[in-house]
Design a protein around this ligand. Sequence first.
Ligand code: FES
Length: 376
Amino acid sequence: MNNETSFEIFLNHHDEEAWSATLATLQRSIHEVDRNATQIWFAFYPLPLYRALEQADDRAKLAAQLLLLGDYELKNQIDTSHRFLYGHRFWPEVKKAIEQHADQSTEGGVGCGVSGVGTSVLHPTPNTQHPISSQTKVYATSLADQILELARAVAEESKVDESLLVGITAVAFMTVQQAGLLAFKRAPGAVKIDRKHAKKSPEQVLRERAKDDSQGLLGFLRTVNKQWTVTWDENDSRANYKLRELQDLAWGAASDQSRDWKAIDPRRVEGPIPVECRSASCGTCWVGVLGGAEKLADVGAREGKKIKEFGYIDTAEPKPVIRLACQAQAQGAVSIVIPPWNGQFGKYLRSLKEGDDQSLRAVSHPESEPKTETIQ
Ligand code: FES
């Protein structure tokens, strides 16, 4: 029996394209302190991967096939996955507001109280010429509206800047979509950073991210001997290590023996960043760059090709917010965040998408010849 609420049904009408459009709409409303962080969070928890696992006949077999290691399921991390967003500080308020919104939506129909959202969202008029794009547009507009409206309501009640809540509210919507409303409600809704860090202002966090290490009085004469700090958890004062100019992020992390890394995460064989091949072949070492992306060397041809194959990011940007730590060389201090899992799923998801596109083409042009494609 399907026990999905109206709110969950509404959310489940949103695919990757609809979410991308939604995030593009929200981007300018998100405070600078959380702009990269929000983008990183959505890369860490990709909807198409979640859906592929949900729809698999044998979930464990597919997870093994995609070499998934670590904790990739949002339902296990409802209160913690977004600890690196500044907006995490307001998680209890945002979570409560979403639960109320979901209950009201269920009682009064999806999207009640949000202009332009109604039953047409649940039952859009089929458009035989451009079925996906027209639906995507309708859904994206209404989802972005709901996120903004909810962020505004929480901001007014909590007396904080609305822009600090937009990213975390979008995260909360996606968390409901992937974890389910019941599990979402069952999570305690706690703030998972200590008071000292929670008290920092967004400006202070931005200042700290922008700061570079002093190289001493004659620092301008130094070349390869320059040292840079890599912060890998902004909410832990001990979570940083040093590396030399043009060393890659993983190389520097390996010298950090301050904790029993394997006990914390078996993928961490040396230092805080999980590594395996050190040659852009395994995808173990992916990280998000919260601050200082511009101080990392450009993505090389191999890193760019492999990071897309792994499924982590698909972009031609030379300095994106997702990098392979074993390839990204530092030319300044950076702040990164380490995802709790890794895998190789890009090719598989593309093959699923190409299969779907072919089916849609067959529906739109039934007279055209079916094509045979190899799915790897
Ligand atoms: S350690 Fe294998 S890709 Fe970086």
